[in-house]
Design a protein around this ligand. Structure first.
Ligand code: PHB
Length: 389
């Protein structure tokens, strides 16, 4: 009898210690610090990321790595000058386990700096700043989106194949714009084309008129641009209103027409862009994601929603391996590095600098959709220059 009790106790102990999430329960809720824009030109992008992230968490029954979630939110206003204060509040005052953000490259660079210094896990669900997975890379920093270079490079190759020789670029003067243009140049000029002028205006200005007049007088074969959010909608409308749409083809990285087609209306019709997502990919994962998103939020998803969803998936992959421990960066990173992430965009892997290696699609605006015209760059990896882990 005594032996039987000891035996049962033994089974109970081993069951307890073998349970994958036993550690997770004793760790309490997982505190996630969302640092996203809730106001300004990128506000809708922040909402879509937040929605996508929560959709994935809800599909897992509200838990990640066996832990329930508590969200702490900061509106970063897409303002780099406030970013260090905002992120340090999340890390030091709110004691979050993970930070997720942001949309704007300048804000994300301040977040990467704070994450690198504190060792806090950071997942970037949009901002493409090359430095984040370049010179600022770190074992605890991951991106679920893209680098600014990737869609630019893909469109550079497309524009060259179309036979264009002289291109003018126009964008906001900050990392996202400048690095997208660098990618475009790398793709375009290797085939003999040339960028004859880079036009810029400060973020988030939308006074495009003088620059559109300059484009008309330069008479390039085509124009390539990066704008996003409300600014993208204004640019597409102003380009058409200036009469340029008829005479000079407009190309963009896909943010020009993603999540903003309702606002752009007929002025966006026919525009070609490159991005790691399109509206009719027709894979099973995407179909169920789109259905669930539309049902939950009464909205069509866009690339930002996908990136938010995948940020949550990446967190779940890493935290399942660590049994909910957000401080075990080595095991977290190992699990992600050997994963194929099953994204609505198609599966992707991570490069050694923790940026997605992914297909970039050529898309054409038809009605209210960015329709997939085929893969422009297969499994495109950012060069990750300057990253030393
Ligand atoms: C960025 O600042 O990195 C950025 C912002 C909006 C986008 C894409 C990139 O849609």
């Amino acid at each position: 009898m005594r032996y039987k009790n000891i035996f049962n106790l033994g089974i109970a102990i081993s069951l307890l210690t073998c349970s994958p999430f036993i550690g997770a329960q004793s760790q309490g809720k997982l505190k996630i610090g969302f640092m996203l824009p809730a106001t300004g030109t990128y506000a809708a992008l922040g909402t879509a990321i937040d929605n996508g992230f929560r959709l994935y968490v809800n599909e897992q029954g509200g838990k990640i790595g066996g832990r329930e979630i508590e969200y702490v939110r900061v509106d970063d206003e897409s303002d780099p000058s406030k970013a260090a204060d905002n992120v340090n509040k999340l890390i030091k005052r709110d004691n979050v386990d993970v930070i997720v953000g942001s949309v704007h490259s300048g804000v994300a660079m301040a977040m990467a700096k704070a994450a690198k210094e504190s060792g806090t896990l950071l997942i970037v669900p949009n901002a493409g700043a090359v430095a984040v997975t370049g010179p600022m890379c770190a074992p605890n920093i991951f991106r679920s989106s893209f680098s600014n270079w990737q869609p630019g490079f893909a469109m550079g190759e497309v524009a060259a194949k179309k036979g264009h020789k002289k291109i003018v670029t126009i964008t906001w003067k900050y990392a996202a714009g400048e690095e997208t243009m660098k990618g475009f140049k790398d793709g375009f000029e290797k085939s003999g084309g040339s960028v004859i002028k880079d036009l810029t205006l400060p973020f988030p200005n939308v006074e495009f008129q003088a620059l559109l007049t300059e484009i008309a007088s330069l008479k390039p074969d085509a124009v390539f641009t990066f704008f996003a959010g409300a600014g993208a909608a204004k640019f597409v409308k102003d380009y058409a209103a200036a009469g340029l749409k008829k005479s000079i083809p407009l190309y963009g990285s896909g943010f020009l027409t993603d999540g903003v087609l309702d606002a752009e209306g007929v002025d966006a019709e026919g525009i070609l862009t490159t991005l790691h997502y399109a509206d009719n990919l027709n894979n099973k994962r995407d179909q169920s994601f789109r259905l669930a998103y539309a049902k939950t939020f009464k909205l069509q998803p866009d690339v930002y929603a996908v990136q938010g969803y995948d940020a949550a998936q990446m967190l779940a992959i890493g935290l399942s391996a660590t049994q909910g421990d957000a401080k075990n960066i080595t095991t977290f990173a190992q699990a992600l590095m050997k994963s194929k992430i099953d994204s609505p965009r198609g599966t992707f892997t991570l490069s050694s600098s923790h940026n997605p290696v992914q297909d970039i699609y050529l898309r054409k605006v038809i009605g209210k959709e960015n329709v997939n015209e085929g893969v422009a760059s297969k499994a495109l990896a950012d060069p990750g220059l300057g990253c030393k882990m």
